[in-house]
Design a protein around this ligand. Structure first.
Ligand code: SAM
Length: 245
């Protein structure tokens, strides 16, 4: 069933017929060619799902009738905050799409020492494009809540922002003693995980030192050096595998 995030006020009154916003009406009528009588799922980012049926389709508008509101089933109790060292756009967008599918709750792009120059200023249109990638991935993967996308910040700000009681982990390519599995086994009872992944150029030793002063554990993801986007998604998948029950 097709799923669509809509403005919460649109589905506030359950039994009132709804006229869809023009852009969404265009998508249903002209792109997906959905017909009267077909059912769709509307999402207001509350975590609920609103089952609705298409009531009317015309050149000017598409009307739907909400039928039932119910709690979404796909949101994980594990809350992952992915602090990703900013990468070239295409690679970062890949993390947004796949990270959304894997269940990330918050994407926090961070500026690290070795972040490539010129990435720090993501204008409005780029942020809107990133939001759209997240929304499409959330609709496709059956999520009922949109992951949050924070503005780009320096690593230090993200370190100061670690929620109390969270398990904070920093995969570091030079870490040899502690593996991600060790850290997750120690942190089994925690449900909020803050994950710091370096940029293309990797993490500098003093950045890792600074993070450790903020209670972050450096961990290894194995002996092979992974590309940043591979490291991010592998770590997220491992965390969900280990902690999501
Ligand atoms: N130059 C490559 C690139 O362009 O992507 C690699 C950059 S660097 C290794 C990317 C980040 O991925 C690192 O800072 C670290 O956070 C993580 N990473 C990659 N391989 C890792 C490993 N074997 N153990 C722990 N972290 C790793």
């Amino acid at each position: 069933m097709h799923r669509f995030f809509v403005a919460p006020e649109l589905v506030r009154q359950l039994h009132a017929g709804i006229t869809l916003p023009r852009e969404l009406a265009h998508q249903l009528r002209d792109v997906l060619h959905l017909q009267v009588g077909q059912q769709i799922m509307l999402l207001d980012n509350s975590g609920d799902e609103i089952l609705a049926t298409i009531a009317s389709v015309s050149k000017s508008a598409v009307g739907v009738q909400p039928l039932e509101r119910r709690a979404g089933k796909s949101e994980s109790p594990v809350r992952i905050i992915l602090c990703q060292g900013l990468l070239k756009s295409a690679r970062f967008e890949w993390i947004l799409e796949k990270g959304t599918e894997l269940g990330v709750s918050i994407f926090a792009p961070i500026l690290c020492r070795r972040s490539m120059a010129g990435l720090e200023d993501a204008g409005i249109s780029k942020m809107q494009r990133w939001q759209r990638i997240i929304q499409e991935a959330a609709e496709q993967s059956g999520r009922a809540r949109l992951p949050e996308l924070l503005p780009i910040r320096p690593l230090m700000h993200a370190l100061n922002d670690i929620p109390p009681g969270a398990l904070a982990l920093m995969p570091w390519e030079e870490e040899r003693a502690v593996t991600l599995r060790d850290a997750l086994r120690d942190g089994m009872h925690q449900i909020t995980v803050v994950l710091f992944i370096g940029p293309e150029g990797g993490l500098a030793a003093d950045e890792v030192g600074l993070a450790q002063q903020h209670g972050v554990r450096a961990v290894s993801l194995g002996s092979r050096i992974l590309r940043a986007e591979t490291a991010a998604l592998a770590a997220v998948a491992c965390i969900m595998y280990e902690l999501e029950r």
